[in-house]
Design a protein around this ligand. Sequence first.
Ligand code: PLP
Length: 380
Amino acid sequence: MTTDKIEFIDLAAQQARIKDKLDARIQAVLAHGKYIMGPEVGELEKQLCEFTGARHCITCASGTDALVLALLAIGIKPGDAVFVPSFTFVATAEAVALLGAIPVFVDVDPVYFLLDLNSLKDAIEYVSKQEMEPRAIIPVDLFGQPADYDSINQFAEQHNLTVIADAAQSFGGELNGNKVGTLAPITTTSFFPAKPLGCYGDGGAVFTDDDNLADRMQSLRVHGKGKDKYDNIRIGINGRLDTLQAAILLEKLAIFPDEIRLRNEVADRYAELLNGNVKTPSVRKGAMSAWAQYTLQVEDRGTCQDNLKQAGIPTAVYYPLPLHQQTAYEHYPRPPAGLKVSEELSQRVFSLPMHPYLTEAMIERITAVSPAVLSKAKVS
Ligand SMILES: *Cc1c(COP(=O)(O)O)cnc(C)c1O
């Protein structure tokens, strides 16, 4: 019993819970045969609007495509500057660079790992002296917690910048009672299998309340189609979500609120049992995390991970290198003060197993190893 295998993310346990419903949904798609933009896609978009409270949802082929669609929709062009945190997954900056625009790296704060407003101010001041036009900010809701949108939206308005929330890790989270998807003018998310709401392949979505942006993204998702699909009115991409993935997401969305509740229970239990022994993650006042990852900070990460591994507990490092130190991105600009927090965090973070199906016994097993091991490596 107590030797139940601990998975880092347990998709099999989730599948067992809804297997019959998933099978029925998949069979329904095979029966109607509308594999591209079938009825499940529209049904999912409607339900995602209801879930988030956003006016429009445009599903798409991945979280990366969601970012590309958002950037294309606001007319980002070569030479434009887009501010992105350095401590994130590569896609945040990649989408910008792919369009020939310039990702300008910004630091994160050391407590919540979220975009740091002071570093953003430095970066904008720096960019305004160069030949780049500042256009947008992409805050990342790292590890599941919404960024400080109250401050960021206000700052963006003052500087005439568009905010695109990269909510690939925070779907299901909230800020001041409002759901992720409504916290910025445009929100992108990912349905990659390991994200809080994942499908069985690649998938993503964009949310907005703006009718014009929504129209444009619907067109951009299908090669920039006009009213007639053989008269394309702009340059777009092939960025549709598969009907099969929409069908799977519909069943996963039905249990998603319960899963978010369970993830929060796991996080609370971790915090109780690890309290004082190691630097556990903090959630901002008014925020509810979707807990994509449960990330600790330690001095000696290697030893911690080795000890946990010996006890049969999987861990992972997100992210071992900040973007501005990666080969393809090291030439992009950053504020003169540098990106010290991103560099430090990448040296000392690692994540414990996090999913809704961790039992009390599993959490106790994980934390029973951790305090003894981790306290030696505690960050002072
Ligand atoms: C996963 C992720 C993405 C990209 O999503 P894909 O669906 O894999 O393309 C973008 N940004 C962040 C922060 C992510 O974690």
